[in-house]
Each structure stands twice: as structure tokens, then as C-alpha cells.
Design a protein around this ligand. Structure first.
Ligand SMILES: [Zn+2]
Ligand SMILES: [Zn+2]
Length: 225
């Protein structure tokens, strides 16, 4: 049998139906076992467990008192399940927040997955547009705030490669919320100028020849500016 990587194991466990806690009937949450081992040195024997994080769970609420009586400890218990088995056990926790950091939030995972898909889709559209010199669509992707930032940065780079000087003005008006994207837009503007031997007049922002001495628009002297 091939050894399963942690990632493969996680994918398999994520596809399982979440068990319900036998103490409170709440749906249990997928929990990544912290890297530190327990006192017996064996850890939990699985990188992920299902854990009941319900603070009203009877095991948890009664646990504080039981642990105090039996072990004189400020601690309680939470119920856990070995994924894919009917085995439910208890683990000690020392606060209501104990273990919370490792809860794998389904929402976060779903978002990551969606972002990955969207990025892949965006890159494939951009690749087509680049070949077909479809600047309109590239510009749309760049300005679309719902597109992943990586896609928008790629779009900015392509605009730098392909666009005419007319693109400089709309690019100048863009204010990206993301600094990396804003830098990519500015780099694209620089690249467009470089390819066309142009620049912007420091006084009126009109596009002029790089080596112009007088601005054709505002007539100011721009040599050396
Ligand atoms: Zn419970
Ligand atoms: Zn000018």
C-alpha cells in the first residue's frame, strides 16, 4: 500500500461526513493535531481528528468539575473521533479556546479552493488574449476587482508588453487597493513609454516624446525634467 501524504489524508478526511458528538449531538469539526506529542510520546496516531468544539457539550461542561475533583486540575475534556472510525475518545483541554487554533475552517478551505480555480481560469483567459492581442479583455481583467490579484498583476504585465500610449491615461487613473498591483500598473506605464520613446509632461501630464524640449501641449520647457 502506498504511503498517504498528509495532504492526501486531509483530502480523504474532508470528503467524509462529519460525525456527531455522542455527548451533545453537535457536528464535530475537523481538527489538525498540533505537532507536539502527548506524554506517552505517541501523539494521536492521526494528523487530523474530528473534535467537538461545542462549549455547551455536557462532556465539556461537566469536565471542569470532574477534572477538579479527580486531578485538582483547571481542565476539562472534549470528545474526539478518529476519522473514518466509530471510535470516540476524550482529550484534556485547559481552556475553552484549547485547540481552537487548529480548527480547519471549511469556509477558509473553500475560499482557497475557489481562488485557486479563479486564478487558473484567469491565467488561461489571459494566455489566449496575449496570443490574440485582445487588449480589451486584458484591460477588463485588470480593472475587475473581483479577479484574483495574481491575475490582475499578470494582466498589468501584459498591458505593459502590448498596449499603445493611449492606455497610459486610464492606467494612471487606476487606484489599486493592493500595493503589488499598483506597482505592476506603474511598471506597465513605464514599459509602454519605453516601447514608444515617450513620457508624460511633468506639468500637464500630456504624453510627449522622451527627448522633447518643449511640451507640445502646455509649451513649458521640459528638457532635463
Ligand atoms: Zn459534544
Ligand atoms: Zn505639458
Amino acid at each position: 500500500m502506498a504511503i498517504e501524504t498528509k495532504q492526501e489524508y486531509l483530502e480523504r478526511v474532508m470528503a467524509m461526513e462529519k460525525p456527531r458528538c455522542p455527548h451533545c449531538d453537535h457536528e464535530m469539526k475537523l481538527w489538525e493535531v498540533p505537532p507536539i506529542n502527548f506524554s506517552d510520546g505517541l501523539g494521536w496516531g492521526a494528523p487530523f481528528l474530528f473534535l467537538c468544539f461545542n462549549d455547551e457539550c455536557t462532556l465539556f461542561t461537566k469536565g471542569w468539575q470532574d477534572m477538579q475533583e479527580h486531578y485538582a486540575q483547571r481542565a476539562s475534556m472534549r470528545c474526539f473521533n478518529y476519522p473514518g472510525t466509530d471510535q470516540f475518545e476524550c482529550m484534556p483541554v485547559f481552556s475553552a479556546m484549547g485547540g481552537q487554533g487548529q480548527v480547519i475552517d471549511d469556509e477558509v478551505l473553500a475560499q482557497q479552493e475557489m481562488l485557486k480555480e479563479q486564478t487558473k481560469r484567469g491565467f488561461s483567459i489571459l494566455a489566449d488574449c496575449y496570443v490574440n492581442k485582445d487588449l480589451m479583455t486584458i484591460m477588463q481583467l485588470l480593472t475587475d476587482a473581483t479577479e484574483p490579484v495574481r491575475v490582475r498583476i499578470k494582466a498589468a504585465e501584459m498591458i505593459g508588453d502590448l498596449a499603445e500610449v493611449q492606455a497610459v491615461e486610464p492606467l494612471r487613473f487606476m487606484r489599486a487597493g493592493n500595493q503589488k498591483l499598483q506597482e505592476a500598473i506603474e511598471a506597465a506605464i513605464d514599459q509602454i513609454h519605453e516601447r514608444h520613446f515617450t513620457r508624460e509632461c511633468p506639468f500637464c501630464a500630456e504624453i510627449i516624446k522622451k527627448r522633447a524640449k518643449i511640451c507640445k501641449n502646455c509649451s513649458k520647457e521640459v528638457a532635463g525634467q
